[in-house]
Every structure is written in C-alpha cells, then in structure tokens.
Ligand binder design. Structure first.
Ligand code: B12
Length: 310
C-alpha cells in the first residue's frame, strides 16, 4: 500500500469524502484568474488582488513545497456531523445549511491536521502546512489536478460522487508526489472516475441564478452573485436590481448547487424571522453563533442583510 493509500484510509475514517494529491508547480489558471480580476469580477474582495501574485505557485504558501494533498468535505457530511445551532423556525430569511453549523474551515482543518500529525511523525525532517480558503492558492485548480473533479458551469469543482456541494482543504508538504504514491498497487485504487465535462449541454445553474452571475465561459461575476452581497460585501449599499432579486436570502444562496444534477438532495435552508434578527443583541448573537460562519459575518452585517430583505 502506498503512503497516499494509507492517508486515504485515514481520511475516510476522519470523515473526509475524498483525498487527492498533485505535484506542486506553476498554477496553470493564473492568467485566467488575473484576467478575471482585471475585468472587475472580484467586486470589493480586495484581498484577492493583494494575494494575486502569490497564486502563481504554491511555494508562496510553503517554501520548497513538492506536493499538495487535497481533502474534500461534503456538505452532507458536515450537516450529518454538526447539528444546526438554530431552532427550527417555520419561516423567515433563508440561511444556507452550512452557515448554521460548525465552520467548515475549522472542521476541515482539524481533519487535515490529523493527517499532518500522522505524516510528521514518520517524516520529521519534512515540512507541512494546512490551509483552508485562507492561503493564496487557486484551490479548485489544485483539486482538479489532484484528480478530484472538473469545473462545472456553476464554476464549482464537481466531485464525481459528492457533486458540487463540497468544501476543499489543503495539506502542503515538502514530500514529493512520487514518495506519496510509491509502493501502491494500481489495482487497489478504487477511485470514482472524474468526468471530463460534468455538464455537457446542461444549463440548469445558469437558468436558476436569479441575477445572471454565471457566464458561458464558466466564470462568475461576483458583482452579481448573491453570495458576494450577503457574505462578502463590506458596505451598506446594494444595487436595487440585485436587492430585489435576493428572494429571501439572508445569508448565502445555493441555487446553482441545488439544481445541479450531480448534487444529491441538500437539507433545506435554515430560517430565522427577520424581526428576530433585527431585535438581536450582541449578547444573544455571540453565544448562538460562535464557531459558525455567521460569527465571521457578525451581527451588524446580518442585520444589514435583514434590512435588504424588507
Ligand atoms: C472568491 C471566492 C468566492 C467568490 C467568487 C466565486 C467564484 N466562482 O469565483 C464568491 C463570494 C461569489 C464565492 C461564492 C461561493 N463560494 Co467561494 N471561493 C472564493 C475563493 C476564495 C477564490 C475563488 C477564485 O479564485 N475565483 C476567481 C475565478 C477566476 O476563479 P475560478 O472560478 O476558481 O477559476 C479557476 C479555475 O476554474 C481554474 N481553471 C483553470 N483552467 C481552467 C479551464 C477552464 C475551462 C475552466 C472552466 C476553469 C479553469 O482556473 C481559474 C483561475 O484559477 C475560493 C478559495 C480559493 N482560495 O480558491 C472559494 C471557493 C471557490 N468557494 C467555495 C464555495 C463553497 C463557495 C460557495 C458555495 C459558498 C461559500 N462558501 O461562500 C459560493 C458558490 C458560488 C459559486 N458558484 O462559485 C469553495 C468551492 C468548492 C467547490 N466545490 O468548488 C472554495 C474552493 C472554498 C473552499 N475551500 O471550499 N466564492
């Protein structure tokens, strides 16, 4: 059994849906990313511009990196392992299911740190770094190069069995891909096969996007994406043509995942009455949402989102 196969077995026990590995090298999607930024698609996510250059090569994240291990956590596992922090209200503003649970960044990091510890014990001379969403990596490209899926029309990486509703986490290492793969018998490798184009003629996500944020060339205009407006946008301003299309979304929007034929049934969004949000005090907000993605948003912006829905 190769080291990678051993790690896959550990990853499965830890609740990861899949684990892949790729040799480090220059990022092939860098120019595509640059062009995307230059067209203004990042809206006010200025951190993307600041970290742009570093995305050229993962050695900016770990010097002398030779390979990347990529962990996949499905939304289904996240939901099954972590109950919602909200009581079940029958109606109200919609919150995507991942946001009312333990933050997927924390969950993925814990699992990847367990793999890192397993490797560090055997290879004390090597270096490792765990990162989820925060480091300047073109994450979908590394997942794709690790054999974990292909880019869908909704711009997400579509995993062959878990579909687009997955989160990605990274363990960078100075161990080489050859070291990770050596000794493995290909016959032991039961891997779901990746579809070259998971979409074919399907356009369900493009049709379902309420604001037309998805483009034919499989890029997304964050200036039109509801996820940008109610998760990332720093100000109180929102264009009226976007606001009227929020469709009750208080945090996130997952229409382009839900309608994907590769996406299994997702839990319904959580709901919370807008008045409850509007009257919420920091003393109530904090204990309820600590450790969830809503805590990162903060009460002020959650209340801003509720105002946009009025
Ligand atoms: C900025 C960002 C956003 C922005 C912009 C999203 C976007 N699609 O660009 C906003 C706020 C809208 C957003 C929303 C969401 N995001 Co987001 N986001 C990111 C982030 C930080 C950067 C993405 C980026 O660089 N976009 C710029 C464009 C140009 O890049 P791209 O679409 O990734 O294209 C690259 C690849 O496709 C590749 N590529 C190379 N060659 C080719 C060739 C072809 C033909 C194609 C098609 C692509 C391709 O190169 C391109 C440039 O690198 C990543 C984490 C990271 N560090 O990478 C998470 C990430 C993409 N987001 C994620 C998630 C889960 C979401 C949301 C579901 C909810 C959420 N958690 O906020 C929604 C989904 C909306 C959607 N349809 O994308 C996951 C996606 C997992 C997956 N299955 O792919 C990531 C990887 C975070 C993670 N660690 O899990 N996000």
């Amino acid at each position: 059994m190769s080291l990678l196969q051993e790690l896959r077995a550990s990853a499965e026990k830890l609740g990861l849906t899949d684990l892949g590995a790729a040799a480090a090298g220059p990022a092939q999607g860098y120019e595509r990313f640059r062009a995307w930024l230059e067209e203004g698609n990042a809206a006010r996510m200025t951190y993307l511009e600041r970290g742009a250059e570093a995305r050229r090569h993962p050695e900016s994240v770990l010097p002398r990196v030779r390979s990347l291990l990529v962990g996949v956590l499905s939304l289904k596992t996240l939901v099954d392992e972590n109950p919602s922090v909200l009581p079940p209200y029958p109606s109200g503003g919609a919150i995507v299911p991942y946001a009312v649970r333990r933050d997927y960044h924390t969950v993925l990091k814990e699992k990847l740190h367990a793999l890192r510890a397993q490797l560090a014990e055997r290879f004390p001379g090597e270096r490792f770094r765990v990162c989820v969403d925060s480091a300047p990596l073109l994450e979908k490209e590394w997942a794709h190069r690790s054999g974990l899926g292909s880019y869908g029309r909704n711009t997400l990486l579509i995993h062959p069995t878990a579909g687009p509703a997955v989160f990605l986490g990274f363990l960078l290492t100075t161990l080489s891909l050859e070291e990770l793969e050596s000794g493995g018998d290909p016959a032991d490798e039961q891997r779901p096969s990746v579809l070259t184009d998971p979409c074919g003629g399907c356009r369900r996500c493009l049709d379902a996007c309420p604001t037309g944020a998805l483009r034919e060339n499989r890029t997304l205009d964050a200036r039109r994406c509801l996820n940008y407006w109610n998760i990332e946008h720093p100000g109180d301003d929102i264009p009226e043509d976007i606001r009227v299309r929020l469709g009750g979304c208080l945090f996130g929007c997952d229409r382009c995942q839900r309608v994907c034929p590769h996406c299994g049934a997702l839990p319904p969004p959580a709901r919370v009455p807008l008045e409850t949000v509007e009257k919420m005090t920091p003393e109530e907000f904090q204990p309820l949402f600590t450790g969830t993605p809503l805590a990162r948003l903060g009460l002020e912006r959650l209340q801003r989102n509720a105002r946009w829905l009025r």
